[in-house]
Design a protein. Structure first.
Length: 273
């Protein structure tokens, strides 16, 4: 009398049974819930039958021979799904946290701003020289590292400028120039990049009084200025409809152009919360 390979139940001499690919026997009870399609003598293994049974008896056999069962697979899949959900939830919370911080930072920056102006005369002084140095020494990725394909896909119909000096300039300072024969109240705007100083231009004549007042307040300790800056202009790429494509759905073409450089200054007071 033989025993069932899977459940170890004795199989009667005249009982219906199945022979596996290794010659072992499986009882009728074990194969009763198994898809008949897989029951082919000399091909089907006890492992395959046990996996298809998808019950405690089959799972016990699979555990004994060190094979995952369907319940193991479902459990693992469920754990993976729960882990993925937890990951997405954590990412959502992190995005919300970063968004909140960004909003608070923006609102604080608006409250802290006390003055802004556009630097005068940048085309005549050292702004272009500073940009050339920054470009040659890889202080920025041209066009934010975007290819023509990226511009077409992510920023169509918008100018994407080559140069971005955000984070590259370590300091913006103001220097009075009383010996200036044209304007004794002139104030130079100096930028520091890689420990090199560049004279960018001047505070506009109509605005020197306000900037001088800010510098005096700083010297008296009444304010704690923070200078922010923005470079504008330069070479750009633009993804726009191809002028030579007269179809109903014209393809995008990359156009290039150049705008005169500009340099904007914003002065904030860190003492304002």
């Amino acid at each position: 009398m033989t025993t069932c390979e899977i459940c170890n139940t004795k199989i009667g001499l005249f009982s219906k049974k199945f022979t596996t690919d290794t010659g072992s026997k499986v009882c009728q009870k074990c194969i009763s819930n198994v898809d008949p399609v897989i029951l082919i003598d000399s091909i089907t293994s006890a492992k395959t039958i046990a996996f298809s049974m998808d019950n405690d008896i089959g799972d016990s056999y699979l555990a004994k021979i060190g094979v995952e069962s369907q319940s193991d697979v479902r459990k693992q899949r469920k754990e993976e799904e729960l882990a993925e959900l937890a990951k997405k939830e954590q990412e959502k919370k992190e995005r919300e946290k970063q968004l909140k911080i960004a909003r608070e930072t923006l609102e604080r920056a608006k409250r802290q701003e006390i003055y802004h102006f556009k630097v005068h005369g940048v085309t005549h002084y050292e702004l272009s020289k500073m940009i050339t140095y920054a470009r040659r020494n890889d202080f920025f990725d041209p066009y934010d590292g975007w290819t023509a394909g990226d511009i077409k896909e992510f920023s169509p119909y918008e100018k994407v400028f080559e140069t971005d000096l955000q984070g590259a300039v370590s300091a913006i300072t103001f220097e009075t120039e009383p010996e200036n024969k044209y304007d004794p109240n002139a104030i130079k705007v100096i930028a520091t990049l890689d420990e090199k100083k560049y004279m960018l231009g001047y505070v506009p004549a109509k605005q020197t009084g306000k900037v001088l007042d800010i510098l005096k307040k700083q010297n008296r300790g009444e304010i704690s200025p923070r200078v922010e800056y923005e470079l504008t202009g330069g070479k750009y790429k633009l993804a726009d409809d191809d002028e030579n494509d007269f179809s109903d759905d014209p393809k995008l073409k990359i156009y290039t152009g150049k705008r005169e450089y500009g340099f904007n200054i914003k002065i904030c007071d860190n003492n304002i919360d």
